[in-house]
Design a protein around this ligand. Sequence first.
Ligand SMILES: C[S@@+](CC[C@H](N)C(=O)[O-])C[C@H]1O[C@@H](n2cnc3c(N)ncnc32)[C@H](O)[C@@H]1O
Length: 227
Amino acid sequence: MLKKHPRFYKTMEEIFPGVYEHEKRLYTKNLVPGKSVYGERLLNYKGVEYREWDPFRSKLAGAIKKSLNYFPFEKDSKVLYLGASTGTTISHLSDIVTDGEIYGVELSKRMIMELVKLAEDRENIIPILADARMPQEYEEVGKVDILYQDVAQPDQVDIFLKNTEVFKPEWGFLALKTQSMDISKTPEQLLDISQQQLSKKYDILQTIDLNPFDKMHYFLVLRRKDI
Ligand SMILES: C[S@@+](CC[C@H](N)C(=O)[O-])C[C@H]1O[C@@H](n2cnc3c(N)ncnc32)[C@H](O)[C@@H]1O
């Protein structure tokens, strides 16, 4: 009998709810089959279409590649995402949080126009043109399960804590760009100061250095203390 070619044994393994790994690459199931969002590869596996999730383009994918231990995103999660940009990471969350909602806050009009286009195909994305420093402008979003932030601003920790007060998330994901903070301090000092501020409200469950996917970026996984 002929031995089966090894490729028949390669699997698409679900490593977190809605996140798949195949031949060391990450994928999510494409909510809008046939459409690629940012030029990522589409892969048909056993009749299902997947989108490759590029860790060099998305910090959440980078964190997964660097051994993220917590992934609370579920089918019906409500997510507030600050610094949505054109929706690279949000598009993958939209593949995962299929029955939930992702509120994407973005300051730039040019970026939000791209996000609005993305949301035409993906009903679980709700674009909001606003400054994340002013959560009262979008407080009608209400309580969320997860607060995700990637804004690269000097006051990024203050922004995160301000939004925590209003939206009372159980989980926090913070991409911390130390380069945007205070050039007189080292990345390690800035991480330490940020963690001290955050630890008033959150337990810091994991801190990931995103190198080589992103330089001078830490990715923090947080769980609110008072829940
Ligand atoms: C590094 S990009 C985010 C990339 C995105 N998270 C992704 O993975 O697809 C940072 C974004 O934050 C936005 N931003 C910066 N300051 C902001 C603020 N105060 N409020 C809302 N968005 C802001 C920028 O316009 C930019 O689009």
